[in-house]
Design a protein around this ligand. Structure first.
Ligand SMILES: [Zn+2]
Ligand SMILES: [Zn+2]
Length: 367
């Protein structure tokens, strides 16, 4: 009898991958200011509910720049960044019921188990075994392959006739702009609204706010190029807050200010504009990721019956938004300004980091 016991290898996966490669390329965060595109281990199915997705298209988010600037200490050095993308399923665990190898899928920036207390409230962003973990607590999508936990609740089948690049906008920016900006802000027909920040998230709020027919949409930014695009995409008024006092202007042009002020930057100055322009009974919907405190003017606001909301995207409206993108009601691909190959990602980060000069909104990386 042999005394060497070889443990039986747990076979968690349905159908093994075609090639037996164990490494791949990915964009690794090495601490504030440091990223590197390098050879890293290829992800494997770890739990029966996992799927391995081969990335077709991914992108860089403002949140990734925030990580690079040290705004997000939860991201540890050695993590592959990225939480958006479209890909093809390479392999699924034995517990995955809704997807199979070869399916083309949209990756949600939010991982959801589907059964915890928060998931049952559709607050998937706070899933007890998920939430925003991709490119944060676990390796993300800026790589050739990514492991998606709880695949059944965290992926969406990509409609055949819709372009991959447009679908990438559903991973994060469209649901975030819609849910944390428009829905939290309770945008209603006839409202006057202001969106502070005309980046990809502010633009997503602009596009999705129009589902609810606001009468007037102010778009505020420092970048004239972005303001011009905003006008093309439905803003009725634009203000360059570097050249003009946005709050003063809005207060002089409206009755008491705006019904909804959407903060889509994540900075004290932009939050401040919102609290100056909200009218009694109005809403401030903060979407921005803040790295420091803001000066809440509660001595002026307490009497005004306003609501301030903030939070992480739930992604509960992603299926609805997918229909609007599929039907062409929202032309998500217009948010894309630049294209790179995945192995040019360092250059892509430079371009996105210089968005104003480069006239960049969303950048697509193709694997
Ligand atoms: Zn993002
Ligand atoms: Zn959950």
């Amino acid at each position: 009898m042999s005394n060497t016991i070889v443990p039986a290898k747990k076979n968690l996966s349905k159908g093994s991958s075609s090639e037996n490669k164990t490494s791949m390329k990915g964009l690794v965060y090495n601490g504030p200011g440091k990223i590197e595109y390098k050879e890293i281990p290829r992800p494997e199915v770890k739990k029966p509910t996992d799927a391995i997705v081969k990335i077709i298209k991914t992108t860089i988010c403002g949140t990734d720049l925030g990580i690079l600037h040290g705004k997000t200490p939860s991201v540890k050095p050695g993590t592959t960044l990225g939480h958006e993308g479209v890909g093809i399923i390479e392999e699924v665990g034995t517990g995955v019921r809704n997807f199979k190898k070869g399916d083309r899928v949209i990756i949600s920036c939010i991982t959801a188990c589907g059964s915890c207390e928060y998931c049952k409230k559709q607050m998937y962003g706070h899933c007890k075994d998920g939430g925003w973990i991709l490119g944060n607590l676990i390796n993300g999508t800026q790589a050739e392959y990514v492991r998606i936990p709880h695949a059944d609740n965290s992926l969406y089948i990509a409609p055949e006739d819709v372009d991959d690049e447009a679908l990438v906008m559903l991973s994060d920016i469209l649901p975030t702009g819609h849910e944390m900006g428009v829905i939290n802000g309770c945008v209603k027909p006839g409202d006057t609204i202001a969106i502070v920040g005309a980046g990809p998230i502010g633009m997503s709020a602009l596009l999705t706010a129009q589902f609810y027919s606001p009468a007037k949409i102010y778009m505020i930014d420092l970048d004239d190029n972005r303001l011009e695009l905003a006008k093309k995409w439905g803003a009725t008024d634009t203000i360059n807050s570097g050249l003009e006092d946005a709050a003063k202007m809005i207060l002089s042009e409206t009755a008491d200010g705006v019904d909804v002020a959407i903060e889509a930057v994540g900075a004290p100055a932009t939050f401040n504009i919102c609290q100056q322009i909200v009218r009694p009974g109005g809403h401030i919907a903060n979407i921005g990721v803040h790295g420091k405190s803001v000066d809440l003017q509660i001595q002026d606001l307490w009497i005004q019956n306003i609501t301030i909301t903030m939070g992480l995207v739930n992604t509960n409206t992603t299926p609805m938004l997918l229909k609007t993108v599929t039907s062409g009601k929202i032309q998500a691909e217009q948010l894309i300004t630049h294209h790179f190959k995945l192995d040019e990602i360092i250059r892509a980060y430079e371009v996105f980091g210089n968005a104003a000069e480069e006239k960049a909104l969303k950048i697509i990386l193709t694997n």
